[in-house]
Design a protein around this ligand. Structure first.
Ligand code: UD1
Length: 420
């Protein structure tokens, strides 16, 4: 199993190119099911979750070619097996994203229930409820969601009781080929939802209101081929900018996303970072011990849960006390015990972490990655710790960060990937 060995204490300096967004590429790949033709998807990140989605689509009969830039041509015209097997779904919950498009195009689908997850129970009840709202009959049999809409899906009103990102994306993709109008209330406003809609619109879908909490979709008979480039990954960018802040570095990241990064950039400014934005991207410079930053996670445009762990790492070396509240997932503090092993002074009480910055710095230790963003926080801690940190189970990191050690080493970090 691969591990990362991180020798801490170096400032990150230089410039970096952001990868395509995982959470945008996944629904966009799933949307190819809606099309009886070829489409081209560009700027796909090279990640394990993307490979899983590609395997899932291939297992259903989609044909694809990928070039060295990870631009992918995908042809779902011969897709004939609307089944998402447990073996693939269990490795990636986002596999549930095929439910809406399969029902929309084939009027039937069998998708394995994803099961438990390191960051909470993460049910898919809202995905199932919204498909029922559009006329699907759904039974849960042998751990599978078995869904059928004999005469096709029909437009309906979906009102999510909870904001759900992939639930909103599934509902949008289901509505695209449904008969009539579908409305989604309490929709997720995440930029990745907006990116999916931009791609679907390029394919001829009629969708209005993305980026707000009310989305309307007028069903069309068929979609047309398109060529679409996935947006940059705001969480990857946010993670690297946090690393630069922690290591007192100076880095420019080429990207065109500053507006969707506003909440994260505001928090990094509170930490003391000097941030400049121009048409090329973002430059961040930091020259002192960070100030503590209070965080409370919530759906977009508020602070993303996917950046919570990284900010706990930052607060662990800040000069003062801070409070981090996790409101989105029930058990997303697995990194805390590992950070404590590196000298972090953190107390957990319910959904709140109370942190007292350790200005003497963290100390390297062998630590274990438990989920994607938790792993990122351990890498960040390793970058500033005294000594060599060994991060185990980094397959979690490879699910969501493209060549993390190569990118950080280019900025001057000292990280080695070893297999043991
Ligand atoms: C997506 C992101 C993930 C991010 C999360 C929250 C993708 C592929 N993943 O995950 O990186 O951390 O949004 O921003 O885009 N819920 C239910 N029932 C459901 C669905 C969700 O109760 O059927 C609850 C969840 O348990 C959670 C909350 O709703 O407490 C939000 O989850 P959701 O937005 O659905 O997360 P994902 O879409 O799975």
């Amino acid at each position: 199993m691969d591990k990362l060995l991180i020798s801490g204490g170096r400032s990150l300096e230089g410039s970096l190119r952001a990868s395509g967004a995982k959470n945008s590429a996944l629904p966009i790949l799933a949307s190819s099911i809606l099309l009886k033709d070829k489409m081209t998807i560009r700027n796909i990140p090279h990640l394990n979750d993307i490979t899983t989605m590609i395997e899932l689509l291939s297992s259903m009969g989609a044909e694809m070619t990928v070039d060295e830039n990870m631009d992918l041509e995908i042809n779902s015209s011969n897709l004939e097996n609307p089944l998402a097997r447990y073996e693939l779904v269990k490795t990636m919950r986002a596999s549930i994203l095929v439910l809406g498009p399969l029902l929309s195009r084939y009027h039937e689908a069998e998708v394995a229930l994803p099961g438990g997850c390191a960051i909470g129970s993460r049910p898919v009840n809202l995905h199932i409820d919204c498909m029922r709202q559009l006329g699907a009959e759904i039974d849960i049999v042998d751990g599978y969601i078995k869904a059928k809409a004999k005469d096709g899906l029909k437009g309906g009103n979906i009102n999510f009781s909870n904001v759900t990102v992939t639930g909103t994306e599934n509902a949008i993709m289901a509505g695209v080929l449904a008969k009539g109008t579908t409305t989604i209330s309490n929709a997720a406003k995440e930029p990745e939802v907006v990116d999916l809609v931009a791609c679907l619109r390029k394919m001829g879908a009629k969708i209005f209101g993305e980026g707000t909490d009310r989305i309307e979709i007028n069903g069309v008979n068929a979609l047309e081929p398109c060529d679409y480039s996935v947006m940059a990954d705001r969480i990857e960018i946010g993670t690297y900018l946090t690393a630069v802040t922690m290591t007192k570095g100076n880095v420019s990241i080429k990207c065109s996303l500053p507006s969707v990064l506003e909440t994260i950039l505001d928090k990094l400014k509170i930490a003391g970072a000097n941030i400049q934005i121009d048409e090329e991207g973002i430059n961040l410079e930091m020259d002192k011990i960070p100030n503590p930053v209070n965080i409370s996670t919530a759906p977009f445009p508020l602070f993303p849960t996917d950046m919570q762990a990284q900010f706990i790492a930052l607060n662990s070396i800040s000069k003062g006390k801070s409070k981090v509240i996790e409101n989105v997932f029930e058990n997303r503090f697995m990194h805390v015990q590992e950070l404590i092993r590196m000298g972090g002074n953190i107390r957990l009480e319910g959904n709140t972490a109370y942190i007292e910055g350790n200005t003497k710095g963290l100390i390297a230790a062998p630590v274990m990655a438990t989920d994607l963003r938790a792993s990122a926080s351990l890498v960040l801690a390793g970058l500033v710790a005294k000594g060599q940190t060994k991060v185990d189970r980094i397959y979690h990191i490879d699910r969501g960060y493209e060549r993390i050690e190569e990118k950080l080493n280019l900025l001057g970090a000292n990280i080695e990937r070893v297999s043991e």
